[in-house]
Design a protein around this ligand. Structure first.
Ligand SMILES: [Ca+2]
Ligand SMILES: [Ca+2]
Ligand SMILES: [Ca+2]
Ligand SMILES: [Ca+2]
Length: 343
């Protein structure tokens, strides 16, 4: 009650129950400029996906802090922005601590995930990019150190990383890392709007993709301990699911066997449910579980699924999350998404 009374933006009693959300980002001090390609025209798919957020209690004070991922622009003459870390002031407001935390590196950021990969009691931060990904080790003093290359989780730099999640898939006590990839995109070779059938919609030149672009397999990194990971994508079967344009990653134990599974929501292609086979390998069972096809978030599809009663809440949860992904996707500059044709 005291915290509520001290808040700079007290709840009002005007709006109906049970919940009414008001954007209080300005009052809370969360005022980063979110850069995501050209402000007015989106010529390429890289300018359309937006970027994510991670909630991380980096200073271990029991109050969640916020890291906002930021994008970039194709105009090289522009200043390149960074993501921002906001410290929770415990009174409803946040303070930008990006500089102090050592998180000023720029890049076309996409997603972020949090996990204590070295079990030192402090959560670390992984950020995906259109380009090399970054792993920021929490130094316990309010600063981070970028260690992706040393740890073996930077990627080649050619991929377009999207969602990610830390998960201990082999239950050895060390958090592993799954990274989704979206499409293969190179602005130098990408067709421009209007070039080719896939870049025209109802006679209007539009950005090309994702259909027509090559996909890139997802990646699973196995934590070896000592701050290092090995790429387990091939041996685990994770990279078998090529041909998907992947975005968000969630982990859950959908079949309640005690082994964490991985769900990856994909754009314009079937989503993936990686069932953990308990032996270091995964099998995509999204079609069997009726969570693969979701272009319109069709609940009817999963109603017919041959699922055990105990599985239903988990699968319903997946579908709810996937609707969330689609809502996020609607931020793309596509006012006709609901009637978007196959391109
Ligand atoms: Ca905190
Ligand atoms: Ca740590
Ligand atoms: Ca592990
Ligand atoms: Ca499981």
């Amino acid at each position: 009650m005291l915290a509520v009374a001290a808040a700079p933006y007290p709840a009002d009693n005007v709006h109906p129950q049970p919940a009414w959300f008001v954007n209080v980002a300005p009052q809370a001090g969360l005022q980063m400029d979110n850069v995501n390609g050209d402000l007015h025209t989106k010529k390429y798919i890289i300018e359309t996906t937006g970027s994510g957020v991670a909630v991380i209690d980096y200073d271990h004070d029991g109050w969640p802090d916020i890291y906002l991922v930021n994008g970039d622009t194709l105009d090289r003459s522009n200043e390149h922005p960074s993501g921002h870390l906001y410290h929770n002031n415990r009174d409803g407001t946040f303070r930008d601590v990006t500089l102090k935390a050592g998180l000023t590196a720029s890049g076309w950021g996409q997603g972020a995930c949090v996990g204590d990969y070295d079990n030192d009691g402090f959560d670390d931060l992984y950020i995906t990019y259109y380009g090399s990904n970054r792993l920021y080790h929490n130094e316990h003093n309010g600063t981070f150190k970028e260690v992706a290359a040393t740890a073996g989780v930077a990627g080649s730099g050619a991929e377009w990383g999207s969602g990610c999640a830390f998960v201990d898939y082999d239950r050895d006590g060390k958090l592993d890392l799954v990274v989704a990839n979206y499409v293969h995109f190179d602005v130098k070779t990408s067709p421009k709007p209007g070039e080719g059938q896939r870049c025209i919609w109802k006679g209007v030149p539009v950005m090309c993709g994702p259909r027509g672009l090559d996909s890139t397999p997802n990646v699973l990194y196995h934590n070896l301990g000592g701050g290092r990971f090995e790429n387990a994508s091939k041996n685990s079967g994770i990279e078998k699911t090529n041909g998907h344009y992947c975005l968000g990653v969630s982990t859950l134990d959908y079949n309640r066997d005690g082994w964490p599974d991985i769900y990856v929501a994909c754009d314009s292609t079937p989503s993936i449910l990686y069932r953990n086979n308990k032996d270091g390998t995964f099998t995509d069972v999204a079609v069997d579980a009726s969570v693969a096809f979701d272009e319109d978030g069709q609940a009817a599809q999963h109603e017919d699924a041959p699922l055990e009663k105990a599985d239903r809440p988990a699968v319903d949860d997946i579908i709810d999350r996937d609707r969330g992904r689609q809502a996020a996707s609607s931020l793309e500059p596509d006012p006709f998404r609901s009637e978007r044709p196959e391109r």
